[in-house]
Design a protein around this ligand. Structure first.
Ligand SMILES: Cc1cc2nc3c(=O)[nH]c(=O)nc-3n(C[C@H](O)[C@H](O)[C@H](O)COP(=O)(O)O)c2cc1C
Length: 300
């Protein structure tokens, strides 16, 4: 099969096939990443059904579930890596996978900085407090939460959805992206408007369910970190599915890291993810989790 371009990045055939990825499925997965922006969605009565849509029928489950479970189990936080490199095409595929993570209103308020430049990488290792998970890693990725980019991203998103302004966002989608979302997301630096919105939302919320956040600065921070963390986890699962290990790191010097990549004041570092291939001694312990009952609450 010829190499195909996926949104600017080549996906080569020799990237390990995903679980159950046969020729037919490969085609589906290849086409999955074409532009699926909402404006391209023809909305038939029964919902959207483009060629990239994968229907989770029985045959899908039989193939996807074992691979997913294996990747999930395989992902462990690895603190010492061997000297193996991760091929560039695999790193790019994993990073691209990370961007398939869901995000609030699809605003994707995060950035993934794959730091390859040797001097910056070495400073980044130091800023990860010299943890072996950073110093022995083949690759380091900074996951930045970008609450400051909501307006820019909204503009870009609308541009994609309207094919550069050639079409209009109509109906509920138009109302949401043109009117409601800017109102919900706006955040004035002095907090006066925020307080008014808080009063307004609280009053409205007395009589009907309404959205309560983000209003304050800290709401916006939480909002951006939430989306960044989803992308981070997707990246780590993708690395695992590609046969590579990772470690999320929050034990980091954020101030130094922001300086290394020149992040503006409002941007924040959610975590740094290291990646590579594990040394056996890099897995420190068996997997420990709280009891299911502590974490999973079923409200019957
Ligand atoms: C946000 C975040 C920050 C973390 N920071 C560190 C860190 O700085 N250093 C480290 O060795 N592990 C770090 N970890 C890894 C956790 O210790 C690890 O996920 C946990 O012990 C569970 O083990 P597992 O990932 O192998 O399932 C972090 C994990 C997360 C999610």
């Amino acid at each position: 099969m010829a190499k195909k371009r996926l949104l600017g990045w080549k996906r080569s055939e020799d990237i390990p096939a995903r679980a159950g990825e046969g020729e037919g499925e490969k085609k589906i997965i290849m086409t999955m990443r074409r532009d699926t922006s909402p404006a391209n969605e023809k909305k038939p009565k029964g919902g959207y059904s483009g060629p990239e849509v994968i229907i989770p029928d029985d045959s899908f489950l039989a193939k996807a579930l074992p691979g997913f479970k294996m990747s999930l189990e395989a992902r462990r936080s690895i603190r010492i890596y061997d000297d193996s490199q991760i091929p560039e095409r695999i790193m790019k595929d994993c990073l691209k996978d990370a961007t398939l993570a869901p995000s609030s209103s699809n605003l994707q308020p995060y950035e993934l900085y794959w730091v390859r430049q040797p001097e910056k990488k070495s400073r980044l290792q130091a800023a990860c407090l010299g943890q072996p998970a950073a110093t022995t890693a083949a690759e380091l990725i900074i996951v930045a939460a970008r609450r400051d980019l909501w307006k820019t991203n909204l503009k870009k998103l609308k541009n994609i959805m309207t094919k550069g302004g050639k079409t209009e966002l109509r109906g509920a989608v138009g109302k949401y992206y043109n009117q409601l979302l800017p109102k919900v997301m706006s955040n004035d630096p002095f907090g006066v408007f925020n307080k008014l919105r808080l009063v307004g939302f609280t009053t409205m919320g007395l009589s009907k369910p309404i959205i309560r956040a983000p209003i304050s600065d800290s709401d916006h921070r939480v909002w951006a970190h939430t989306q960044a963390a989803l992308a981070a986890q997707t990246l780590m699962l993708s690395l695992a599915a590609h046969g590579y290990d990772s470690c999320p790191m929050g034990g980091i010097d954020e101030v130094r890291i922001k300086k290394i990549i020149g992040l503006p004041a409002q941007a924040e570092v959610s975590m740094v993810i290291s990646a590579g291939r594990r040394k056996p001694e890099g897995l420190y312990s068996r997997r420990v989790r709280l009891e299911d009952d502590d974490l999973i609450k079923i409200i019957d």
